[in-house]
Design a protein around this ligand. Structure first.
Ligand SMILES: NC(=O)c1ccc[n+]([C@@H]2O[C@H](COP(=O)([O-])OP(=O)(O)OC[C@H]3O[C@@H](n4cnc5c(N)ncnc54)[C@H](OP(=O)(O)O)[C@@H]3O)[C@@H](O)[C@H]2O)c1
Length: 360
């Protein structure tokens, strides 16, 4: 292992979903040492996902031991294990959500381990990653912006590409959360017409400012599927990225055109779910996706760099304020991502100098 000058102890936020003390706790742990084929990353920032709430409450399954929380983080490579090019020290990277899914289609083995659930995550000063899962991030992004990419960003990228649309076609998105706002940015980048739902008027204003053509009110009793039909000449959207699951799939199936695609990403809402006859009779393709591979992450980063795209950050919290950041996510008033700033890494500090524009 290449020598590094890190302290031997670090601060981390841990969850113990299967234990007697659910929720988050802050503690001191040994700085992990990279084994052969691994890198040690000094984290600059992390971002939160809906899934972090599920993990902390023990609703995520397969989390058998206390783990460092959080899947999405970015920072600098501080040290490398045997067999890893020492020139990577100092490289700015983000960790892949599924470190074992390097390329190709998803398999059970490739998605078996994820950061912040089966593997220690990124709400810590340091994390060890397999070298191939430490993905270089676009130079124009700060650590905070790059930390929004591993789960929400890549899921949105995967979902928009899986929808298989051409420029000018219509994509329906749901809400102003992390995945849907990134999907809006990617969809606009691809020249798609975006129709979107939002649960509040403030969120609707923000989504319109980000490029949504029409924003429809969601929430109890709303029938945005009928409005989508009216906005699409009675045909329906070419594709939908579904976030609400049981709370939205029936509406999504009415809002998509005959022969269209529903990319099923989330299950954030409660409701009656789906009558399968809506799918069969109208020849709809229903496709579930789960985050994405390291190769997809690299593809996404290339597109983000080319378009100089900047993720939308709703609010930043300090590393001491992780419980407050979780509470902010749970309150559900956010547009885009909630970020925890962990350390001012050298490159992150330099690149964040021109990053003032993404917060509302
Ligand atoms: N398959 C995957 O790989 C993958 C990856 C990431 C996330 N997810 C899932 O995707 C969902 C969103 O994740 P996130 O991190 O973006 O969450 P988030 O930032 O916490 O946002 C929650 C989102 O859920 C929306 N929502 C709530 N109830 C809904 C309903 N009945 N119908 C439609 N939308 C509803 C909210 O809409 P408003 O903004 O309008 O209130 C908001 O956009 C979660 O279920 C999460 O577990 C799946």
């Amino acid at each position: 292992m290449t020598p590094h000058d890190t302290a031997s102890r670090m601060t981390a936020w841990q969850v113990d979903p299967a234990g007697t003390r659910p929720g988050l706790r802050k503690l001191r742990l040994a700085v992990p040492i990279p084994a052969a084929g691994e890198v040690l990353v000094r984290l600059g920032a992390a971002s939160l996902n809906y899934r972090d709430l599920l993990v902390s409450r023990g609703f995520y399954g397969a989390t058998q031991r206390p783990v460092v929380a959080g899947s999405d983080g970015a920072g600098l490579i501080a040290a490398v294990g045997d067999g890893v090019d020492p020139a990577r020290i100092g490289q700015r990277v983000a960790g892949a959500f599924f470190p074992d899914w390097t390329d190709g289609p998803v398999t059970a083995a490739r998605r078996a381990r994820s950061l912040g659930a089966q593997l220690d995550g990124v709400l810590a000063e340091y994390v060890v990653l397999p070298a191939q899962a430490a993905i270089p991030v676009p130079d124009h992004l700060s650590d905070s912006e790059a930390a929004t990419l591993p789960c929400a960003g890549l899921t949105a990228w995967h979902a928009v590409t899986a929808a298989g649309l051409q420029p000018g076609m219509t994509l329906l998105l749901q809400g102003a959360g992390g995945v849907s706002v990134m999907a809006l940015l990617f969809a606009r980048m691809a020249g798609l017409r975006v129709l979107q739902t939002a649960s509040t008027a403030d969120k609707a204003d923000r989504l319109r400012a980000l490029g949504a053509e029409h924003v429809l009110a969601s929430g109890a009793g709303s029938d945005w599927a009928t409005e989508i039909l009216a906005l699409t000449g009675g045909l329906g959207a070419d594709a939908v990225i579904d976030i609400g699951g049981p709370g939205s799939l029936a509406l999504s199936a009415r809002a998509v055109r005959v022969g269209g695609t529903i990319v099923s990403v989330g299950f954030a809402g409660d409701g009656p779910g789906l009558d399968i006859r809506q799918i069969v009779g109208r020849a709809i393709t229903l496709r579930g996706i789960t985050v994405g591979s390291c190769a997809m992450f690299a593809d996404m980063n290339r597109a983000i760099a080319a378009a100089r795209l900047r993720p939308v950050i709703h609010r930043r919290f300090s590393f001491d304020e992780v419980p407050e950041a979780y509470a902010c996510l749970e309150a559900g008033g956010h547009v885009g991502k909630i970020v925890v700033e962990i350390a001012d890494t050298e490159a992150g500090a330099a690149s964040s100098a021109d990053n003032k524009g993404s917060e509302p």
